[in-house]
Design a protein. Structure first.
Length: 351
């Protein structure tokens, strides 16, 4: 019997993806503060990973399964992006490092033409490492929860303080993993029931302290809070504590047909949307240059460009989204929209 999906998790993931796309189109600091999407997505990933590890007979099968579901969509992007970059002036690519487009243990290389496509891939790199490390992290968490939750933040603070010097690429990868490891393990706490056992008042106090401390550290800095890894890690931890401590009922979602379908679609195509939203936005900005939408005013220009980006992204989802179905061993579908519920009279006719 198939496991029932957690529609609250589905809703959080859909909101997180929507916020990422919106933020990359309109990079407003307020969007980062309203909803720290990356921390939320890693927390959800940690909870689901803990559930899978508990159900599996062997840990390595879970790791392989997660990577199998994650990587094919990246390979499709690489099959398109790497030749495109070679055709657009990438005369001397680092051939050996192109293997990172196959197994992203670090950020895959790109030239200026492909920078927007390669930029968001740090998320897949970080997710891959946290998946691989999860059996060990879960073992440590269950034996020493608080030290294990705090350790990534402490190590991140030490690394950013500068006493240890690493090559740029490994350091960037390590910073990302440490930045989101605590949120990932808050997902462990959610799955184990530790968050539910935490008193509500204590949860609110800890969350408020994390958020306030992170905002105080960031206040006055240039750019968004995500530009300060330690501040964003603490901010994300505080935010995800609240989101995962309480799970409001989501029955209303099933009664709102369009929204329910949209949440289902975004979850079924989350990797495709994430990988292709930046190229779609870049293409939409180029289209704006041709259409000269600025002649119609700022509001029309920005709304029109965003609409073009969403339309292009929809085309890519329709054309390539089925790869996620194949990777998950589901029958490939053009549009994973839930079927409408059958009416009582229709059910009667089938009896």
């Amino acid at each position: 019997m198939a496991a029932t999906r957690d529609r609250y998790f589905d809703l959080l993931r859909a909101v997180a993806i929507a916020r990422v796309v919106t933020y990359h189109m309109f990079p407003l600091t307020a969007l980062e503060l309203i909803f720290p999407s990356m921390g939320v997505m890693f927390a959800l990933g940690g909870s689901l990973m803990a559930r899978s590890l508990d159900r599996a007979a062997r840990n390595h099968t879970v790791v392989v399964s997660r990577l199998r579901r994650l990587l094919p969509a990246l390979w499709v992007l690489g099959l398109i992006a790497v030749p495109a970059m070679l055709l657009h002036g990438w005369d001397d690519p680092p051939w050996a490092r192109l293997l990172l487009w196959v197994l992203p243990l670090a950020d895959p290389p790109s030239n200026e033409f492909g920078a927007e496509a390669a930029g968001p891939l740090w998320y897949l790199v970080t997710y891959l490492w946290l998946v691989v490390l999860s059996p060990g992290l879960l073992w440590l968490y269950r034996r020493a929860p608080l030290p294990t939750l705090a350790a990534p933040l402490i190590l991140l603070a030490v690394l950013l303080a500068g006493p240890v010097s690493l090559p740029e690429t490994p350091e960037r990868t390590l910073v990302s993993v440490l930045q989101f490891a605590t949120a990932w393990m808050i997902g462990f706490a959610h799955r184990d029931g530790g968050l539910r056992r935490l008193p509500g008042l204590a949860t609110v106090v800890i969350s408020a302290a994390c958020v306030a401390g992170a905002l105080g550290f960031w206040w006055g800095s240039e750019g968004g809070i995500s530009g300060l890894p330690l501040a964003y890690a603490i901010f994300s931890a505080g935010f995800t504590l609240i989101l995962l401590r309480w799970a409001p009922p989501t029955g209303w979602l099933g009664r709102t047909r369009f929204l329910d379908g949209l949440v289902t679609l975004v979850n079924a195509r989350a990797v495709t949307i994430y990988l292709w939203h930046n190229p779609a936005i870049t293409a939409a900005l180029a289209a704006n240059e041709v259409l000269e939408l600025w002649n119609f005013g700022t509001v029309v220009e920005e709304a029109g460009t965003f609409a073009i980006a969403l339309a292009l992204l929809a085309v890519v989802v329709l054309a390539l989204g089925w790869v996620e179905d194949v990777a998950a061993k589901r029958p490939p579908r053009l549009l994973p929209w839930p079927a409408p519920p059958r009416r009582a009279e229709d059910l009667a006719l089938t009896r």
